[in-house]
Design a protein. Sequence first.
Length: 146
Amino acid sequence: MSDLRLMQPVTEAELTDWQHVHNTIIPTHVLSLDDVRDRSRRHHLEVAYLGDTLVGCSTVRPPADDTRTATVIARVLAAHRGRGFGTELYARGLDRARELGAQVIETVVLASNEDGLRFAQQHGFIEIERYLLPGDTIPWIDLRLR
């Protein structure tokens, strides 16, 4: 366990930090602060700090129907990768998804995020679909935990 401090973003500053990590790692799908607020109501979001330094964020999309499938996404800023923070964020997200009743775990990675794709594959995810959203030029990759 690291000295990583994880919390649900509640304040404007914490929501802005979550937004910053998301928009830095997913520059093709920039979210406004209102988008982040909306997501914080529908999903379980966390923001991660090492001391006062912003390190990353995570999202758990709870099972929405009878599929019992949750989506767990861990994002770590490039300067902080390779130190186990992504694994810690992912493990917390996985625990949360299972608490919410998930039996199937998926994730989604922007194809240009080679580090994120490698991380998902190293943690047992296999690709199930590639697709382009309207107006996008970089595909999204859906992966499922074996």
